[in-house]
Design a protein around this ligand. Structure first.
Ligand SMILES: N[C@@H](CCC(=O)N[C@@H](CS)C(=O)NCC(=O)O)C(=O)O
Length: 216
């Protein structure tokens, strides 16, 4: 019997991606909360850094063995638990799904990440207005590219009519964009697919408001 433990935080978009993946594959897992703000951030504690040297969430521990980086975790889940695939079999489509994921994972998420905005605020003394300008700029630019891809690729979901890893990254990114008050009106495909995904059980179970450490 395999054991899965997920160290994560309710509103972290990288955690949310992995929760959707776990629920999509109908995998039971133990939820361990790592509060990113309490006591200066539990992700910085020495015992957590043993699991995740860079001090971010999520970390998945499978049968006692830790894996971090949400994309690596999703790939690991796909290879270990082949039911309900979220990476397409077709090699080219799989590469395009990975490309889409990296647009969010590598080009949007790092620029909105807590440690980056905390550095801007604390070390470079930017104002709340400048922080909002930073977030608007980088998240909107990233979503513009995402919307352009969807104009050609989308069906019911990001790539055709099957859920793929692209949807697992899109929905948490939209959640973050809403939290950071980014205007989503210019992105009709993104908004439509987000709502379509949120009708599905796995996305609902993984939603930040349904997690044990949720705070309004
Ligand atoms: N590339 C990593 C990023 C992990 C990460 O930094 N996650 C954020 C939450 S969304 C975090 O833990 N931030 C803590 C901090 O910035 O101190 C992944 O995809 O897992």
């Amino acid at each position: 019997m395999s054991s899965l433990v997920l160290y994560n935080y309710f509103r972290s978009s990288t955690s949310y991606r992995v929760r959707i993946g776990l629920h999509f594959k109908n995998l039971d897992f133990e939820y361990k909360s790592v509060h990113l703000l309490k006591d200066g951030g539990e992700q910085h504690r020495a015992e957590y850094r043993q699991l995740n040297p860079i001090g971010g969430v999520p970390t998945l521990v499978h049968n006692g063995k830790p894996i971090s980086q949400s994309m690596a975790i999703l790939e690991y889940l796909e290879e270990t638990f082949p039911q309900n695939r979220f990476f397409p079999k077709d090699i080219y489509t799989r590469a395009k799904v990975r490309q889409f994921c990296e647009n969010i994972n590598a080009d949007i998420h790092p620029l909105q990440n807590l440690k980056v905005t905390q550095y801007l605020e604390k070390n470079l003394n930017i104002s709340p207005e400048q922080k909002q300008q930073w977030l608007n700029n980088w998240i909107s630019l990233g979503l513009q590219a995402t919307e352009r891809i969807l104009e050609n690729a989308a069906g019911q979901f990001c790539f055709g009519d099957e859920v793929t890893a692209a949807d697992l990254l899109l929905v948490p990114q939209v959640f973050s964009a809403e939290r950071f008050q980014i205007d989503l009106k210019p992105f009709p495909n993104i908004q439509r697919i987000n709502l379509e995904c949120l009708k599905l059980d796995a996305f609902q179970k993984a939603h930040p408001t349904r997690q044990p450490d949720y705070q309004a």
